[in-house]
Structure formats: C-alpha cells, structure tokens
Design a binder for this molecule. Structure first.
Ligand SMILES: Cc1cc2nc3c(=O)[nH]c(=O)nc-3n(C[C@H](O)[C@H](O)[C@H](O)COP(=O)(O)OP(=O)(O)OC[C@H]3O[C@@H](n4cnc5c(N)ncnc54)[C@H](O)[C@@H]3O)c2cc1C
Length: 391
C-alpha cells in the first residue's frame, strides 16, 4: 500500500539564513530535502536595515556552497580595520594587514544573502519547498520523524532540523530546553549616507548608554547597531531623521562628518539564549534556534553558518546504510559546535556585563585591559584570528 506521507531524508523547518545555507550545502547529495518556511524573503526598495558583518571563515563557506559569487559586489564593503574605544580613552585597534589577512570581514545586507540563497534552493533538484507553510505537530518514532503541517499535509524524514529562529517552534515541540537572559536592551539599527569616506574602518564605542557599532557599508554609507537600554532605544526611535543623524554622528565625534538618513531606524530586543542540548533523536538545532548572542561581537549568523557547515559535512560524510537521525551522529554535531558557541557567548556576555555596570574600579579595570591588549601584538593577533574564524 502506498503511504500518504511524503518522505524525505532531511526536513528543515525555517528558511532564514541558517536553514537556507544548510539546504544549499546539501545540494549535490543523494539526500531528499524538504524545507518549510512561513514566508519567502523579500528585498526592500532601498537598503535593508538588517546588515551583517560576515567573517572570512563564513565567506569561504558561502563560496564553497556557490552563493558568494552571485552576490552583488557593489552592495558589499570589506572591513580593513577595526577601532574599538572604551569609556575612558582606552583603545583597541586591529587591521587586516597586521593580522595577515586580506580583510577582517565583509558587511552586507541580510536580505541580499537570503534572496540569493532562496533563488538557489528553488532550482535545487533534490529539494521540495513548502511555503507559505508551518508545522503543527511532530511525532518522533524509532525509524522516522513525521511532521504534520498546518494545512494537514504529513511529511516524514529521517532527520528534522530546527532552523526556525530563536523562538523555535520545533525546539519547543521536541522538548529541548532553552535558558533566556533578557539584556533589557534593544539593538537599534539604521543606515546613513556619510560625508566622508569610511575607508573600510569598522568602529565601536563602549559608552555609558550602551555599545555603538558603525559598520562600513558599500560606498560612503554606514550601518549602525546601537545596543542600548530600552528607554534610550525608544528615545532614539522617536527622533526626527535630522536629529537622529546629528545624534549618531556626534556619538562618533563626527569622525565621518555629517550624516543623512538612508534607512529609518528599527529595533530588535536582545537576549542571551543558552541551549544545553542541541539535538535529540532525529532532530538537530541550528542557527538562532540553537543559540542567542548579544550583537556587540556580530557573531549571531556567523555561528549559524558554521552550524550549517558542520552539520552538512557530517550528513554528506555518512554512508548510505547509516542512519542520519542516529543520536550518536547528532551528538558529534553538538560536540563540534559546542566550544565555539559557548566561548563566544561567554566572552560577549562578559564584555556586555563589564561595560554595563557602573561599579567603582570596574571602569579602570576594563580600560586598562583594553589598552594592555592593544600593546600586546601576539594576544591581539590571536584574539582577532579567533574572532574571524582563522584559528
Ligand atoms: C540588532 C542585531 C544585529 C545583528 N548583527 C549581526 C551581525 O553583524 N553579524 C551576525 O553574524 N549576526 C548578527 N545578528 C544576528 C542575526 O540576526 C541572527 O543570528 C540571524 O538572523 C539568525 O538566522 P537564523 O536563520 O538562525 O534565524 P532567523 O533569521 O530567525 O530565521 C528563522 C526563519 O524561520 C522561519 N520560521 C520561524 N518559525 C517558523 C515556523 N513555525 N514555520 C515555518 N517557518 C518558520 C522564519 O520565517 C525565518 O525565515 C544581529 C542581530 C540583531 C538583533
């Protein structure tokens, strides 16, 4: 008797950057893939407010899966140098030249990558796309897991992958716990045209009102992420375009002259999310479904891309007779991703806390730490090489 279930090897729930990258990385395999996404990505008319700094390690990954060469180069900027300033005249500077790499990363719009990946998977012969669609129930059995969609379709697979973001429905349905720490902050993002050329310099200020990052965007443009307490974030959002431009330019000592608003400000709530177990039988978590990190180190999707890279390599390396939903294989995935995720979450959280607290003595300590690190080339080089994924 023919089964009414559509059968797959891998079912990915969530077609954000992490889920799409995983699907794309499995393109040339024998695996039958299903991808379930509630809405297709779109490109805004002007510039996307969501702009990410992508590490060289992930540029390599995007190259390897055939996506990088299709991204419009005129919409990207290379980071040649980073300048970080503490709250009492301390400084830390990194450059691609001193680190021995061509660039420290690339800055580009989230939707630029998402739409390119989306177009790619639509043409992928081993992939079936379900959109708009969402799962309504799961059932994990000994030989397969099945997923009932909200429209009643029943799909089954040897492996389910939750790539459905930080409030992951699939993670919760599978009973995998997550611990959330709310930062009480919003990440305010906006893009600007600036008077002077940024020359590929990314800047970051640890300030009394949060962490302000200026990322170089293609041309004489700039993208900011201001991670700041909610009340201040709402004040920034309520400013007129001219007042916001003046405020952001002044916060950076008018280093790049006057600003003009390119993309209105938007804000995202920030939280640390730790997920002790990123797999169970026939299910693995990737991307923001598996971890949440403060954006001050710009690592969120960089971790997500590496999850996709490691999981796809394990799946591609599994012989046909072996079960890809086997817990032992998925435990390897968790082991391979754990160290980097915990380390970056820990360091980012510690930095956020160190600068948030106003305790006497702490200001001296954190600024001393920054200045000392700046004068120790070996430590500095190690730090930056780890951060860009070159170690
Ligand atoms: C202010 C800010 C700045 C940031 N800057 C950086 C940076 O510079 N560098 C960096 O690396 N990261 C950065 N990040 C982090 C980055 O935004 C996230 O890590 C990244 O978007 C996560 O991608 P994802 O694919 O895992 O999840 P998401 O982007 O959340 O994608 C999840 C997908 O699943 C779909 N979905 C959800 N639920 C369902 C469902 N039930 N059924 C079907 N589909 C579903 C959604 O529609 C979505 O498409 C920043 C974050 C913030 C807030």
């Amino acid at each position: 008797m023919r089964s009414s279930k559509q059968q797959f090897d891998v079912l990915i729930v969530g077609g954000g950057l992490a889920g799409l990258a995983l699907a794309c990385a499995l393109r040339d395999s024998r695996l039958r893939i299903g991808l379930i996404e509630q809405r297709a990505p779109t490109r805004p008319a002007g510039w996307d407010a969501r702009v990410y700094a992508i590490s060289p390690a992930n540029v390599d990954f995007l190259r390897q899966i055939g996506v990088w060469k299709h991204l419009a180069s005129e919409r990207m900027a290379a980071i040649q140098r980073m300048e970080i300033a503490g709250d009492a005249h301390s400084r830390l500077e990194f450059s691609a030249y001193e680190t021995g790499v061509a660039e420290l990363g690339w800055v580009l719009e989230s939707s630029l990558m998402a739409c390119e990946l989306w177009e790619g998977i639509k043409r992928q012969s081993n992939l079936t796309l379900f959109t708009p669609a969402a799962p309504a129930a799961i059932d994990i059995g000994a030989d397969a897991a099945s997923l009932t969609l909200a429209d009643g379709k029943v799909l089954s697979a040897r492996l389910l992958v939750a790539a459905d973001g930080r409030d992951s429905w699939l993670r919760q349905a599978a009973g995998l716990a997550a611990t959330n720490t709310d930062y009480g902050e919003l990440g305010v993002v906006a893009n600007f045209d600036c008077q002077h050329a940024h020359r590929g310099v990314a800047r970051q200020w640890f300030r009394a009102d949060g962490v302000l990052a200026w990322l170089p965007l293609a041309g004489n443009r700039l993208s900011i992420v201001w991670s700041t307490p909610e009340a201040h974030a709402h004040r920034l959002l309520s400013l007129s375009p001219d007042a916001l431009c003046h405020h952001v330019a002044a916060a950076g000592q008018h280093t790049l002259g006057e600003f003009q608003l390119l993309t209105p400000a938007a804000a995202f709530p920030l939280r640390l999310m730790r997920v002790p177990r990123t797999y169970t039988t026939r299910l693995a978590l990737i991307g923001d479904a598996a971890h949440g990190i403060h954006p001050l180190s710009g690592h969120g999707i960089n971790l997500g891309f590496q999850d996709a890279k490691v999981l796809s390599a394990l799946l591609l390396g599994t012989p046909e007779w072996q079960d890809i939903g086997d817990e032992r294989l998925l435990a390897r995935y968790q082991r391979e991703r754990r160290e980097e995720t915990l380390l970056l979450q820990g360091v980012t959280h510690a930095l956020q806390q160190l600068y948030r607290h106003r305790l006497p003595g702490l200001q001296t300590l954190r600024n001393l730490g920054m200045n000392v690190t700046n004068r120790l080339p070996v430590l500095k080089n190690t730090l930056v090489r780890y951060a860009i994924g070159a170690l």
